[in-house]
Write a protein that binds this ligand. Structure first.
Ligand code: ARG
Length: 511
């Protein structure tokens, strides 16, 4: 009986509610294609070592091709799933069931020789993760490119820099946007690095302790485009540390996106009014017609919490598991696939927000201009010119700011010469009052940016260098990603050819 495929010991079928409770079939849509590819490779190997005759291999391969073909169509996929929903615990059992239904147990029943669901499932997960990592890397690269593009438009756009959310120094919009690119570049480096740990084949480890069948693990690994093997069969089937490391990288990446979102949300408030989000990236209110809300950015912020939650769930899920496969591990699969889905969607939305927002240059400038953000620049010019103690000058400028604030927040250059002189005398700093007055008057926000030229500052020359270095690093990652893609395409191309070559041409069966 098909519905008891694995139940050779049990006399009864699983209770319906129990089956429903423990089945991963719905989640397994995400690994269906990988499962078929893995089985194709495994069967080609079984033929190579003489377990499957060419005819048996051909029958299995054409049956698998049928399932692959049908699963591409949403409707027929739903049919397969709903028909068998109460019969299979997961995609592995379902596919074996379908093949056996199609070609009989004598041949179809050979498919799972020398393999267990334990190495099979983690093979599928690793294959999906490889694709997700490639997608995520590409999407991060696109966001960085958008940030660079936008930053080039705003090399000279003045904006306040903040610490403690209080206006600090004078900056530029481009300097801000480039700061995110450096952060995202590290995220890219992290996510990209997990590819190497994931790209190792567990196939052939069997349930936990290998197999007596003379399998060829290297052959299946190379058919599936893996860089190498996971050496120890216990480790291969039970460890999930690399996946959790990857989830932690995704959580860090999301927290980067969330912080960028937070800046943009703040800047788009009417109080800041530094940027205006595109209408296409804003929501509104059901009752307040004037509202323009940054909901997509808020959702990025909230989804960050969800991804972090999934990292914590995954850590709690494995921390008490003894060696070997446990069904608990099944619940890691949705954590991995949902996190990847959220990350991909968030990167896509973030790119759109960046590409389409407008900077309110005037407003950003006026706010920076009113902020006393030039105070440090004035102090440093005095230090350079007169070589006097920075601390003493700090006190002088602090006293000038205090005076200006008390007088209806006038700017430092609006303080009368008389008042400046009084404060100067009080601090006992011996500098020429006219020279001091002209330093104060000359230090505009624009000059402040030009004056500050330390490595990494918002000075336009520094920003040019930053763009160059980011673009250089991006090229390296673009190359890494495209090489990985090419290797996988080549492997799957070759696998497809082997499958066709080993499937006896018979028009009826030729899918
Ligand atoms: N559905 C299972 C999972 O996703 C497949 C492995 C089941 N293995 C087992 N020994 N019950 O993890």
């Amino acid at each position: 009986m098909i519905d008891v495929l694995y139940r050779s010991r049990q006399k009864e079928n699983l209770d319906k509610d129990v089956l429903n409770f423990l089945s991963s079939l719905k989640e397994d849509v995400n690994i269906l294609t990988y499962d078929i590819l893995g089985t194709q490779a495994h069967c080609l190997m079984l033929n190579k070592i003489g377990i499957l005759t060419p005819d048996e291999l051909s029958k299995i391969l054409s049956s698998l091709s049928k399932i692959k073909f049908e699963s591409k169509n949403k409707e027929s996929l739903q049919n397969i799933f709903s028909d068998k929903l109460f019969l299979s615990e997961d995609i592995h059992e379902l596919i074996e069931t379908l093949v056996i239904e199609d070609i009989g147990i004598d041949i179809g029943g050979k498919m799972h020789t020398g393999r267990s669901r334990n190495d099979q499932v983690i093979l599928d997960v690793r294959m999906k993760l490889r694709d997700d990592i490639i997608d995520i890397c590409e999407l991060i690269i696109n966001v960085i490119k958008s940030l660079i593009g936008k930053s080039k438009e705003h090399t000279n756009t003045i904006i306040s820099l903040y610490t403690h959310l209080q206006q600090a120094q004078i900056g530029t919009v481009s300097h801000y946007l480039l700061s995110y690119t450096f952060n995202l570049l590290r995220d890219l480096e992290r996510v990209s690095s997990s590819f190497e740990k994931i790209n190792l084949s567990p196939l052939g480890s069997c349930a936990i302790g290998g197999t007596g069948i003379p399998i060829d693990r290297n052959y299946t690994a190379s058919l599936l485009g893996f860089e190498g093997l996971l050496e120890n069969s216990i480790d291969a089937t039970s460890s999930r540390d690399s996946m959790i490391e990857y989830l932690s990288f995704l959580s860090i990446l999301m927290s980067t996106l969330s912080r960028i979102a937070e800046d943009f949300i703040l800047w788009s408030t009417s109080e800041f009014n530094y940027i205006e989000l595109s209408d296409r990236y804003s929501s509104t209110s059901s009752v307040m017609p004037q509202k323009k809300n940054p909901d997509p950015l808020e959702i990025i912020r909230s989804r960050t919490s969800i991804v972090i939650g999934m990292l914590i769930s995954s850590l709690s899920l494995i921390k008490n598991l003894p060696s070997g496969y446990h069904r608990d591990l099944q619940d890691l699969k949705p954590l991995l696939s949902n996190s990847a889905r959220i990350v991909k969607e968030s990167l896509l939305i973030m790119k759109g927000v960046i590409d389409t927002f407008n900077v309110n240059k005037k407003n950003a400038f006026n706010s920076a201009n009113k902020s006393y953000g030039v105070s440090l620049d004035i102090a440093e010019q005095i230090v350079i010119k007169y070589n006097i103690s920075f601390r003493k000058v700090h006190k002088l400028i602090g006293a000038l700011v205090q005076h200006a604030v008390k007088n209806e927040n006038i700017s430092l250059s609006q303080i009368s010469k008389e008042d400046v002189n009084k404060i100067l005398k009080f601090t006992q700093i011996k500098i020429n009052i006219d020279e001091l007055m002209s330093i104060i008057k000359d230090t505009t926000p624009e000059k402040s940016i030009l004056f500050r030229n330390s490595y990494g500052s918002p000075n336009p020359m520094q920003q040019k260098d930053m763009v160059n270095s980011i673009e250089k690093s991006l090229l390296v990652y673009c190359k890494v990603v495209s090489e990985r893609k090419e290797l996988l395409y080549a492997a799957f191309d070759n696998l497809e050819k082997e499958v066709i070559l080993n499937t006896i041409v018979d028009n009826e069966k030729n899918y």
